[in-house]
Design a protein around this ligand. Structure first.
Ligand code: KG4
Ligand code: ZN
Length: 348
């Protein structure tokens, strides 16, 4: 731990997140107590495009960022001078969106002298598993842990042997899991974002209605979801050509089952092979009820899945990762730039 940080001193981190279509700011105390959590979602704006429209996203971030940060500080009853570090998402994400949060963070840091800590967005998703929120039974993950990060832009299996230490075991070779949900939702003419729409439709569907393919890619920890998406498209075309009635609930349920099957079983296998006692599931798709249920019902590993409001993009997770970076002595300079394609790399 950083010896410049006095023992027993409260560490308060202001987190700022603008990597995609959520403008978010939060204040986190000692990596555990959420003093404020503001998320301004642009989902409604992007819904008519069926996905995130980058120019619209950055313009919207510019409009809302100031008030979002102001609200986060006000709700925490703190001024910027009472903050120990400003944690900001540096990447990966949309360049034009990342820049808005980064410039705001730099401006605040320059004016107040509060240090900056750049955070990897995926690391943020991982650290959402360290935030108790209001769970009295909460236990922090223990190492070694296998982490499945499943979001709109990423699908990765990561081995964490310590804080800030990541070994990427595998990733998607094509579509991210969330992207597959979004694309299949579009095929089914369900609204954006696709994940929650498919989950809802799947509730009244039959998971055995269609036997969609699973890409196991057995000799690696990688994933692939584009074949599944194409199989759904073909099935829809076939049903249409035959003039057969289509129950989209059945397609949604069978598709969701195929995704959950692969994500769950590969993660379990990775945990076994790496002698991990704990599994972390994080990122937007970890909000999925069927995926959560699969992990929660097994008894082989302790499983950590963040509460729903920390699954999709938020700034509490950025503040949490920023907290661990800060107490371990990591700080960034004002010349830090955004890294839209930044990979998850170990800090230790
Ligand atoms: O982590 P996130 O908010 O943003 C990125 O970093 O990409 O993830 C957004 C993704 C979207 O693709 C969305 O469809 C998916 O998470 N998602 C879900 C659910 N809620 C959000 N996917 C499946 N089931 C859900 N309930
Ligand atoms: Zn995310």
């Amino acid at each position: 731990m950083n010896d410049r940080i006095e023992e027993n001193k409260l560490v308060r981190i202001l987190g700022i997140e603008t990597s995609c279509d959520e403008t978010a700011a939060a204040v986190l105390e000692n990596g555990a107590t959420v003093l404020s959590n503001i998320v301004a979602s642009q989902a409604n704006l992007h819904a008519r495009f069926g996905g995130v429209f980058p120019e619209v996203a950055s313009r919207e971030h510019i409009k809302t960022i100031y008030t979002v940060i102001e609200d986060a500080l006000n709700n925490a009853h703190l001024s910027i001078d009472e903050i120990d570090a400003i944690a900001v998402t540096r990447g990966p994400g949309l360049a034009g969106s990342l820049v808005v949060g980064m410039n705001m963070a730099k401006g605040l840091s320059l004016a107040s002298g509060v240090p900056l800590v750049g955070v990897n967005h995926l690391e943020g998703h991982l650290y959402s598993a360290w935030v108790p929120l209001d769970d009295p039974e909460f236990k922090a993950p223990q190492f070694p842990a296998i982490a499945l990060i499943v979001s709109g832009g990423h699908t990765s299996l990561v081995l964490m042997e310590d804080h800030l230490t990541y070994k990427q075991l595998g990733r998607t070779l094509d579509d991210a899991a969330g992207e597959a949900f979004d694309k299949v939702a579009r095929l089914l003419e369900l609204p954006y974002p696709g994940g929650p729409s498919i989950q809802k439709a799947a509730e009244s569907g039959n998971i055995h209605a269609f036997d969609f393919p699973r890409a196991w890619l057995d000799d690696s920890w990688n994933f692939s979801f584009s074949g599944l998406k194409t199989a759904v498209l073909r099935k829809l075309q076939e049903l249409h050509a035959d003039g057969r009635p289509l129950r989209i609930e059945n397609v949604a349920a069978s598709f969701q089952e195929a995704v959950v099957d692969v994500l769950f079983n590969k993660t379990m296998q990775a945990a076994r092979q790496h002698n991990a006692g704990d599994i972390i599931v994080a990122g937007g798709v970890s909000a999925n009820r069927a995926l959560r249920k699969a992990f929660q019902e097994q008894k082989e590993f302790r499983v950590h899945i963040p509460p729903l409001r920390l699954c999709t993009d938020n700034a509490v997770m950025i503040a949490a990762a920023g907290h661990y970076r800060y107490i371990n002595g990591f700080k960034d300079d004002l010349d830090m730039d955004v890294l839209p394609n930044w990979r998850l790399i170990s800090m230790q």
